[in-house]
Design a protein around this ligand. Structure first.
Ligand code: NAD
Length: 500
């Protein structure tokens, strides 16, 4: 959306949304077998938005059976890729018609700033699925190098029934990173959104069906992790689970696979991303990007640049610029397009973030800015941007993923120490480097144990670049780009004797 609508226009549009709240299984909306529902809340007001179907193992059973039936019937898996592409592109056209609604649902359920939802989340969700759809009919298989008496075909086939279990921080976008390559390669999908943010996934399922995605190919089971997510992880007829979420829960999926059918698992997990600023860096540019890296999406971002590692001599100047830059980042009502920062996802998470802030103080870090819950009169869960100076990399606030607006500043002597500190956490998702020296930039980028390194900016690349983590930030796969396609396929060898 190139120009943002006014707050009045946005509020009117919110009033007109009719929420889809039932699970979407085998081409239709259905209540949970148990008849149970749970409340989804607007975290910026603390008020209930809707009651959503509370699925459990019984509903997962029905969804898996439908997905398997569709897969075996070949209604999607056997289609020529060009036909899958056309249907997926129609799905994207329909999402474009509902782009405002798609963005607003994430704003309402996740407390995300409406400007981001309408200008980043919704358009990038659509662009992602379109990118993978367009790639569907442009991938070739292989013929092995044989003698004239044999023909060796190496082909790719869809894996089968794929579960996608996703988090709440970018609800539609995280869904799209899975939906795009899973559907483009011919699989049947069972999407489990986070319990805090079910609504955009349900809208996407409805639109996919309207576009012609056959019944059973795109299912959404809403509900909690310990019931619905676990049932998917343990199901014998689920061939693969693609998970995005915390490292802690990611581990469970490896256990579920081991305890059930050795289903393929890919994990996109947490991070504690470093931002290295060398003394020769353009400090205005570094400050601008550091603020965005640390506080964009309220720090509820897996690649959040939560550790600022600054070379001696420029720290004070950099912090002065960062505090000045932060004045342009007010926190407030997410439905107001003038607010770049909204609320935390829920009360429990806000409390966790506040407790990390208390830990930082008790560990002896110097609280430079923020540190409090704000806007309590709204009923929402807002935390102000917070900066700790004088942090050492052994402190808990430097090691653990806080997933909130908390930046830890660590001073280092030189480039070597910066690299050592940057790599010294269990995570390895993203990292940034700021320097005027091309040599230093390349040298550091090579040494950083992270899946995504950005130089003189905070960025995750574009749709053409893979995204995922080293170490405990990920396992066995990548989202985005053409590299995301292969992981949703099996590799088959067909060996043909051509006679003598
Ligand atoms: P989470 O791990 O709590 O939940 C993620 C999903 O797993 C949800 O759908 C949840 O219902 C489900 N789940 C929870 N417990 C489960 C269980 N026992 N069994 C099966 N499923 C279960 O994560 P979250 O709080 O929703 O999201 C925040 C996390 O996601 C952060 O750690 C963040 O870094 C990570 N994340 C990573 C990426 C990436 O690409 N690497 C992107 C976005 C978010």
């Amino acid at each position: 959306m190139s120009t943002l609508p006014s707050k009045e226009h946005i509020e009117k549009a919110v009033g007109q949304i009719q929420f889809d709240t039932d699970a979407f299984i085998d081409g239709k909306f259905v209540k949970a077998v148990s008849g149970k529902t749970f409340a989804t809340e607007n975290p910026a007001t603390g008020r209930e938005l809707a009651q959503v179907a509370e699925c459990d193992a019984a509903d997962v059973e029905i969804a898996v059976a439908a997905a398997k039936r569709a897969f075996e019937a070949g209604v999607w898996s056997d289609l020529p890729p060009s036909e899958r592409k056309e249907i997926m592109l129609k799905f994207c056209d329909l999402m474009e018609e509902h782009e405002m609604e798609l963005g607003l649902l994430d704003c309402l359920e996740a407390g995300k700033p409406v400007a981001d939802c309408l200008q980043i989340d919704a358009p990038e969700t659509i662009a992602c699925i379109r990118w993978h759809a367009e790639a569907a009919d442009k991938l070739y298989d292989h013929i092995s190098p044989t003698g004239s008496e044999n023909l060796g075909l190496i082909t790719r086939e869809p894996v089968g029934v794929v579960g996608a279990v996703i988090p709440w921080n970018f609800p539609a976008q995280m869904a799209a990173w899975k939906i795009g390559p899973i559907l483009a390669t011919g699989n049947s999908l069972i999407l489990k959104p986070a319990e805090q943010t079910s609504l955009s996934a349900l809208l996407m399922a409805r639109l996919a069906s309207e576009a012609g995605v056959p019944d059973g190919v795109f299912n959404v089971v809403t509900g909690f992790g310990e019931t619905t997510g676990k049932a998917l992880g343990l199901h014998m007829d689920v061939d693969m689970v693609a998970f995005t979420g915390s490292t802690e829960v990611g581990r469970y999926f490896l256990q579920y696979a081991a305890e059930s059918n050795l289903k393929r698992i890919i994990l996109e997990c947490g991070g504690k991303s470093p931002q290295i600023v060398l003394a020769d860096a353009d400090l205005d540019n570094a400050a601008e990007n550091a603020v965005s890296a640390a506080f964009w999406n309220m720090g509820e971002n897996c690649s959040c640049g939560s550790r600022l590692i600054v070379e001696k001599g420029v720290k004070d100047a950099l912090l002065e610029k960062i505090t000045a830059e932060l004045k342009a980042w007010p926190t407030g009502d997410p439905l107001d397009p003038g607010n770049p920062l909204g609320s935390m996802i829920e009360k429990g998470h806000m409390e966790k973030v506040l407790s990390y802030i208390e830990t930082g103080k008790s560990e002896g870090a110097n609280l430079l800015l923020g540190g409090n819950r704000i806007l309590t009169e709204t009923g929402g869960y807002f935390v102000e941007p917070t900066i700790f100076d004088g942090v050492t990399n052994q402190m808990k606030i430097a090691q653990e993923e806080i997933f909130g607006p908390v930046l830890s500043v660590i001073e280092v002597e030189n480039e070597q120490e910066a690299i050592a500190v940057a790599n010294d956490t269990p995570y390895g998702l993203a990292a940034s480097v700021y320097t005027a020296s091309l040599d230093s930039a390349h040298r550091i980028a090579r040494k950083l144990r992270a899946g995504n390194v950005s130089v003189n900016c905070f960025a995750e690349g574009d749709m053409g670049t893979p995204f995922g983590g080293y170490k405990q930030s990920g396992f066995s796969g990548r989202d985005k780009s053409i590299f995301a396609h292969e992981q949703y396929t099996e590799m088959k060898t067909t060996w043909i004797s051509l006679g003598k």
